[in-house]
Each structure stands twice: as C-alpha cells, then as structure tokens.
Design a protein around this ligand. Structure first.
Ligand code: C2G
Length: 135
C-alpha cells in the first residue's frame, strides 16, 4: 500500500497488563514500522470480556506506563474488539500491527490499512506471570 504522508502512523491494540518484556518488544518493533505509534489500550471492562478477569493494573496505571515509554506517542481507550475499522480511521493510522496470536483475525482490515502480525516473544505472558506468583 502506498503511504501518501511522509510520517507513517502505526496503531496497535492490547491490555498491556503487568507490563513485561514481551510487551516492550512488541511496541518497539511496531514503532519501527513508522514514525509514530498509537496504542488502543483495552479498558478494564474489555479485558474482563476478553480474558474473564479484571486486569491487575487499572486503566489509568496501564495508560501511565505506556505514556512513559519513548516508543509510544499516543494512547486511547479501546472499548470494543469490533470497532477496529472506526479506530483506525479516527486515528488516521496507516499500519495495524498485532502479535501473531491474532494472525488472520484482522486481515479484513487490509482494505483500509496495512496489516502486520509480529512474532510473539516466547515464554512470557501476563497470565503465566499471575499463575507463577500465585503458586
Ligand atoms: N505480546 C507479545 N509477546 C508476548 C506477549 C504479548 O508480542 N509474550 C503482544 C501480543 O501479541 C499483543 C500485545 O503484546 O499484540 C499486547 O498483549 P495483550 O495485552 O495480551 O493484548 P491482547 O489481549 O492480545 O489484546 O483488540 C485486540 C486486543 O485488544 C489485543
């Protein structure tokens, strides 16, 4: 896809709860696809819907962590999994980047932006970390 503007805007989505190395690598690699990175941060309610539990860190804390990162330029609330096309248009994003646990799930958005799936960092996840601490 041709990008008309020089500054390519990358968008990604997630909860980023118990922020870890896999999250950082995903954001760094996403940012490397353009000149700015916008994160659609799942609300606490959306995470409960996705994963069946409240995030450990509430939205304002997760948002503050992301805003503190050099690679993140903008953060907004992702309230629905099905509103990606609207969010992409609103944010004027050129490329959607997601971890490859979502491979194929967003291919239908390829008519409004490029869609890129990145390999997940192995052996680390929020769920595994919660389980490890509990046991
Ligand atoms: N991730 C990764 N490596 C890991 C763990 C996570 O690359 N070891 C990536 C995920 O693939 C995702 C991002 O980090 O792209 C954020 O992960 P989550 O917070 O688990 O996000 P998720 O629940 O997949 O939310 O609309 C889609 C969702 O909101 C995505």
């Amino acid at each position: 896809m041709q990008h008309k503007t020089a500054a390519v805007r990358v968008i990604t989505f997630g909860t980023f709860d118990l922020f870890h190395y896999g999250h950082l690598r995903l954001l760094e690699r996403a940012r490397a696809h353009g000149q700015s990175l916008i994160v659609g941060l799942s609300t606490d309610e959306l995470n409960e819907f996705k994963k069946g539990r409240k995030p450990v860190y509430a939205y304002p804390e997760r948002e503050a962590i992301l805003r503190g990162l050099r690679v993140v330029d903008q953060v907004f609330a992702e309230e629905s999994l099905d509103a990606k096309a609207d969010y992409i248009r609103e944010q004027q994003a050129d490329i959607l980047v997601m971890g490859d646990d979502w491979r194929g799930r967003f291919d239908h958005l390829a008519d409004i932006c490029d869609v890129v799936y990145l390999t997940r960092t192995p052996s680390i996840s929020t769920t595994a970390t919660i389980e490890r601490i509990q046991s």
